[in-house]
Design a protein around this ligand. Structure first.
Ligand SMILES: Cc1ncc(COP(=O)(O)O)c(C=O)c1O
Length: 383
């Protein structure tokens, strides 16, 4: 086995979940998904497709009608993006891996803004690339980027700059001005920007509830790949469907790469995605309103607790908090499961920069679960 594969760390979130095995009374907020199932109209489209016998291989880059619908959807959010810039992938994480495989040779340097969902930094490592981590810093509970430090770190030797915003786990989001500075800097250094924007519509500020996107400040020929997913905005985590927006010059090669990875996304899943996009104008704002209720239920309760540091996230599904004296987040998260029946993800799962922090996914169909979770935390802290 290759040594990098042997050295891959296991999921620390799973480790915490395993501490709760055999207990059915744990209130679990550790995974990054809602407890709401996919809307019925989306499920029905998949059932119809299977019923119609759509059980065959499809085009590497996705069904032409789904690529057209995605081009339309993304263009509606960010201005014209042609079909030739869209590739359908078997999940967001697959889109990320295809992106890394397209861009990285062993030994290449990747600069990554961290803490971040661990898959983003593990994938370059799997390919033998070196990852330089530029840390966001907490001020109170809010996380900030030192843009000067980031730009200093990105040099002509940097092949890829990896940024996830809105960020999992911190909720930090890039500003438009920061995006502009990054795009013009990377034009000078020739660095590819890989932007994970899977939470762009899970955003709680502004009239449009849409996070700033690199697509708004870039040209079609920029070295930019934006990664998206159906998982979060359409409640489709288990379906495994995503897409990439890429320069048209890369699309044919990515199609070849898809052939050697998954060959294509399943047709019935793509039909479900078409149904999801058809109702996006109503379903996404309604989902964001429900998630905002969850955020606005949980955050004031946590902020009012003595010994807890937290700030409302601008986007994403997570509250990221710190308990006074809780320096070993893995041990603390396990203790919370065993002693309090409260399931949170340990900050260290997202990098050493987040050691001592805990991630609480607030996406739930029932905000009263969050209130009960806070009560358990209060008892644990003996408040
Ligand atoms: C930042 C980020 N990117 C990508 C993904 C991948 O989403 P999926 O593979 O379910 O499409 C996730 C899932 O948690 C995520 O948090």
């Amino acid at each position: 086995m290759r040594s990098v594969i042997e050295a891959l760390p296991g999921s620390k979130i799973r480790e915490v979940a395993n501490a709760g095995i055999g207990r059915d009374d744990v209130l679990a907020f550790w995974f990054g998904e809602s407890d709401e199932p996919t809307p019925e109209s989306i499920r029905a489209a998949a059932v119809r497709s299977l019923h119609d016998g759509e059980t065959f291989y499809a085009h590497n880059l996705g069904l032409p009608e789904l690529r057209a619908a995605l081009s339309n959807y993304v263009s509606g959010l960010h201005g014209p993006i042609g079909v030739e810039r869209i590739a359908v992938t078997s999940s967001g994480v697959n889109a990320l891996m295809l992106t890394m495989q397209t861009l990285l040779d062993a030994g290449d340097e990747v600069v990554a803004v961290v803490p971040v969902w661990p898959n983003l930094t593990a994938q370059p490592a799997i390919l033998g690339a070196r990852v330089t981590r530029i840390a966001l810093r907490p001020e109170g509970g809010a996380w900030r980027l030192d843009i000067g430090r980031l730009l200093d770190a990105v040099t002509p030797a940097s092949r890829v700059l990896l940024i996830n915003a809105p960020n999992n786990p911190t909720g930090w989001t890039l500003s438009r001005a920061e995006q502009e500075a990054i795009v013009s800097h990377c034009r000078r250094t020739g660095t590819w920007i890989v932007a994970d924007e899977v939470y762009e519509r899970i955003f709680f500020d502004g009239a449009r509830a849409l996070a700033p996107s690199f697509l708004d400040v870039s040209r079609a020929d920029d070295r930019l790949i934006v990664v998206h997913s159906f998982s979060k905005s359409f409640l489709m985590t288990g379906w495994r469907l995503g897409w990439m927006v890429l320069p048209a010059t890369l699309t044919e090669s990515v199609g070849k790469l898809i052939e050697f990875n998954t060959s294509c996304a399943p047709v019935f899943v793509q039909r479900a995605a078409l149904a999801a996009l058809a109702s996006a104008d109503e379903s996404v704002p309604a989902l964001v309103a429900r998630l905002k209720t969850c955020r606005d239920t949980l955050l004031p309760l946590l902020e009012a607790m003595p010994g807890v540091t937290v700030a409302p996230p601008r986007g994403g599904l997570y509250a990221f908090l710190r308990l006074d004296g809780g320096n070993d987040s893995l041990a603390l998260a396990k203790q919370l499961v065993v002693d309090a029946g409260l399931g949170l993800a340990p900050g260290v799962a997202f990098g050493p920069e987040a050691e001592g922090w805990l991630r609480w996914c607030f996406a739930s169909h029932d905000p009263s679960r969050l209130v009960r979770g806070v009560e358990r935390l209060g008892r644990f802290l003996k408040l």
